[in-house]
Design a protein around this ligand. Structure first.
Ligand code: T5A
Length: 227
């Protein structure tokens, strides 16, 4: 009946960023559990990957085959995976009012391929425009741990499995990665929150939840109070 339809809660888009072993997968699941418990429909996804096509490209990238093609071609593969993921998973979910929690997104390309790699900002920004258009995360949580802590966690979790293409990079690379993420968070304070992730998982989850509440729930509550 016209006028009686319930207004759909718009989906929110939250991305998690940070170096290897910073705890993104752990924290994204804890946040999803919390949001689901509060009756927000939520999906957890990741990049590279997240859709059937993009998962095939993920395999190429993490095996190191993308690197063999050169820095620019490897960046094109990340973009191709993102395009498929955005079109088939992220946008449809947001359109249905679902909260999308994504483990890595465009900031990973800006940092890994751009600030630390040899790929020009011109190419990276052009690919970003093509793959995501005006789709920007509502909130980006940058998990910050010293490189040595993140790498030790990643090594412990991996056990006897061989390191992937990016875990094989030098310790210096991982330290620069941390600096680049901290800089990124400073440069985009409206979208990004830097989370001190050098603590036990429960403590970090509390910091993540505080950021989500302050950035995504408090403004809506203030609007309601003003109305
Ligand atoms: N990449 C990606 C690019 O170069 N460009 C791009 O555009 C994109 C999208 C993806 C790689 O691709 C690169 C970046 C990456 O190198 P991946 O396998 O998805 O590779 O790896 P990562 O995203 O780096 O994720 P990791 O799995 O290495 O780490 P997470 O998700 O940050 O950490 P998590 O939660 O898995 O935790 C690691 C271990 O630590 C423990 C966990 O139990 C786990 O064993 N742990 C903690 N231990 C102590 N205290 C805590 N607070 C802990 N939290 C987790």
């Amino acid at each position: 009946m016209p006028g009686s339809a319930k207004k759909r809660t718009p989906g929110r888009f939250i991305t998690f960023e940070g170096g290897e072993g910073s705890g993104k997968s752990t924290q994204i699941q804890l946040l999803a559990d919390r949001l689901n418990g509060a009756d927000h429909r939520t999906i957890v996804t990741r990049e590279p990957g997240g859709s059937p096509g993009a998962e095939i490209i993920r395999h190429l990238l993490l095996s190191g085959m993308g690197k063999l093609l050169g820095d620019e071609a490897e960046t094109l593969l990340f973009a191709a995976a993102r395009d498929d993921h955005v079109q088939h998973v992220i946008k449809p979910a947001l359109d249905r009012g679902v909260w999308v929690l994504c483990d890595r997104f465009t900031d990973s390309t800006q940092v890994y391929q751009g600030k630390l790699g040899n790929v020009s900002p011109g190419l990276i920004n052009a690919l970003e425009r093509v793959t995501i258009g005006d789709l920007k995360p509502d909130l980006t949580l940058v998990l910050d741990v010293p490189a040595a802590v993140g790498l030790a966690r990643a090594i412990k979790r991996r056990g006897a499995v061989a390191p992937d293409r990016f875990e094989q990079e030098s310790f210096e690379f991982h330290e620069k990665l941390r600096d680049a993420y901290r800089q990124l968070a400073n440069e985009s304070p409206a979208r990004c929150v830097l989370i001190d992730a050098n603590a036990d998982a429960e403590t970090v989850a509390g910091r993540v939840w505080d950021a989500v509440r302050q950035r995504l729930f408090a403004p809506a509550l203030n609007e309601t109070a003003r109305a």
